[in-house]
Design a protein around this ligand. Structure first.
Ligand code: CU
Length: 360
């Protein structure tokens, strides 16, 4: 008997503990909170929620209280009492048909309006930035077409499509750099399995699939770093498939863009020069593209690797210590990582890091 009770008590503890855990909210330190929007598109969704949720809560408590009241008020008070049999009440039935219908129609209209706002791709007159996002197991690739020709009569841009990565577009990884205040037209695809592109404070989720493009628009109100995360289970390092959106002022964005347009820096000191040789010798070149240097197409483009603040699905801060651990054994640092352990010596690693760090 005693045992039974304690098992039941334990079972009851589960929801209590869960409820308590949900309040472990260091509110300002939750970077992936979609209830704390930092841009227009996230705000549209948040406004809809702010409108619908209180209505839902009101209806929930109204119904629960009515049920409770009816159960108590009309309960059977003695064994030989049988309740009065009623059938139908036209006024009430009309009431509880029409009221919910009106309420649902209201919510429906609001939802569809929000959906339209969210699915509109930005007009050329809003001066959008176009970015192509490709999800890979387990990192994100970002390509920006280099040239966009504006057609005044149709108010639209004609982009040079990103066909040859080294000449047609700027290509980066794990850090999506955008200008503040301008809409960013994001085209989303996948290289392997289904991923989902999600920056909670800027917009909703969008699936990344193979052979089909989905679109989503981002717009940041203020400069800053916004957290992103793959939101579709995609294998071993799914939880490590993160990214950051770095929103810059127009001036800083321009500077970043102009730097990305440049070719890779040429190594000048001996360590970096040795690193450049190792880059080809050790097979890095077969997987990584450095514009005009190597054509690898398996891992991130490294032409301006050192301009990124983080690497490997934004898991690690881009510094010497983390790069060293990474090059020693990538799958040890990030389970399942498709960059293999290349059994490099410490000296080789030092030189490779010198080479990577001058790729500003
Ligand atoms: Cu993923």
């Amino acid at each position: 008997m005693m045992k039974k009770i304690s098992a039941k008590a334990k079972f009851l503890l589960v929801p209590v503990v869960l409820l308590a855990l949900t309040s472990c909210n260091e509110s300002k330190r939750l970077p992936q909170d979609s209830l704390d929007p930092k841009g227009y598109y996230a705000r549209v969704a948040d406004n809809l929620w702010n409108l619908v949720f209180p209505i839902a809560v009101f209806v929930f408590f109204l119904v629960q209280l009515l049920v409770l009241w009816l159960v108590i008020r009309y309960r059977r008070k003695s064994d030989d009492e049988s309740p009065k049999q009623v059938h139908g009440n036209t006024k009430m039935e009309i009431g509880w048909t029409i009221l919910p219908a009106l309420l649902l129609a209201f919510v429906g209209v609001q939802s569809i309006q929000a959906l339209w706002k969210l699915s509109d791709r930005p007009a050329a007159s809003t001066n959008p930035v176009h970015v192509q996002v490709i999800g890979h197991q387990w990192w994100w690739e970002f390509s920006y077409p280099k040239r966009a020709v504006y057609n005044k009569s149709t108010d639209s841009y004609k982009e040079t499509p990103c066909i040859d990565i080294s000449t047609d577009c700027v290509r980066s990884a794990n850090e999506l750099v955008i200008p503040v205040g301008r809409p960013v037209d994001v085209q989303i695809q996948s290289k392997d399995v289904i991923h989902s592109f999600w920056v909670p404070s800027l917009a909703g989720k969008m699936d990344a699939t193979v052979g089909q493009s989905n679109y989503l628009t981002l717009k940041a109100e203020k400069p800053g770093e916004y957290f992103g995360q793959c939101a579709e289970f995609c294998g071993l390092s799914h939880a490590n498939m993160r990214f950051r959106v770095r929103a810059l002022t127009a001036k800083n964005y321009e500077a970043w863009w102009n730097n990305q347009l440049l070719g890779p820096a040429n190594p000048t000191d001996t360590a970096a020069q040795a690193g450049a040789v190792l880059f080809t010798q050790k097979g890095c070149a077969g997987c990584h593209m450095i514009n005009g240097v190597s054509k690898g197409n398996v891992g991130p483009n490294l032409t301006h690797f050192d301009s990124r603040h983080r690497f490997a699905g934004s898991l690690f801060v881009n510094n010497t210590k983390n790069l060293r651990s990474w090059l020693r054994d990538p799958p040890e640092e990030k389970p399942g990582s498709l960059m293999p352990n290349l059994n490099l010596t410490e000296d080789e690693i030092t030189n490779l890091i010198a080479y990577l760090q001058q790729l500003k």
